[in-house]
Design a protein around this ligand. Sequence first.
Ligand SMILES: CC(C)(COP(=O)(O)OP(=O)(O)OC[C@H]1O[C@@H](n2cnc3c(N)ncnc32)[C@H](O)[C@@H]1OP(=O)(O)O)[C@@H](O)C(=O)NCCC(=O)NCCS
Length: 147
Amino acid sequence: MLIRETRADDLPALFVLRGQTRDNALTPEELAGYGITPESSAAAMQRGEVKGWLCEVDGRIVGFASGDREGGEMLVLALLPDFEGRGIGKALLGRVVAWLQSLGHARIWLVANPDPDVRAHGFYRRCGWVATGEMINGEEVMEYRGN
Ligand SMILES: CC(C)(COP(=O)(O)OP(=O)(O)OC[C@H]1O[C@@H](n2cnc3c(N)ncnc32)[C@H](O)[C@@H]1OP(=O)(O)O)[C@@H](O)C(=O)NCCC(=O)NCCS
């Protein structure tokens, strides 16, 4: 298992993976509907606005996460279903949080599905995130408070 920083040429594979998660899957076509494409993400990465990490197992990309430099937001965390429960989500999330902390953000936040039946619900709480009560487009806003 290898965790490394995401490169622009990884992005097409990450967009495919984003459509294969057990919960909250979004296909490349659906993301394009929001104006989010591998090309737009590569441009944001090259401008230094976004930074991410991914996990490879036996040379295959199985998960990734990224954050937003300016806003202090944890943007996305996605993992293939067969690789859940091995600490990979926590490791990727930790990289993004450490980077956002290193930038001096007082508030590190994300939006997540409020459904308690999705794995992410308990996962974020276990990893030191707290729901603020604020909702954005039906998703709950959570802030990192640490463990
Ligand atoms: C949610 C997700 C990121 C979790 O990643 P993961 O690798 O399966 O989780 P980890 O194995 O790193 O778990 C870290 C810790 O959280 C705990 N945990 C995970 N899910 C939990 C849950 N639902 N309730 C309570 N604790 C949970 C684990 O037991 C582990 O605890 P430990 O540190 O004491 O060992 C991953 O399953 C995923 O990407 N799912 C699909 C897509 C998705 O929903 N993404 C999130 C929003 S876009």
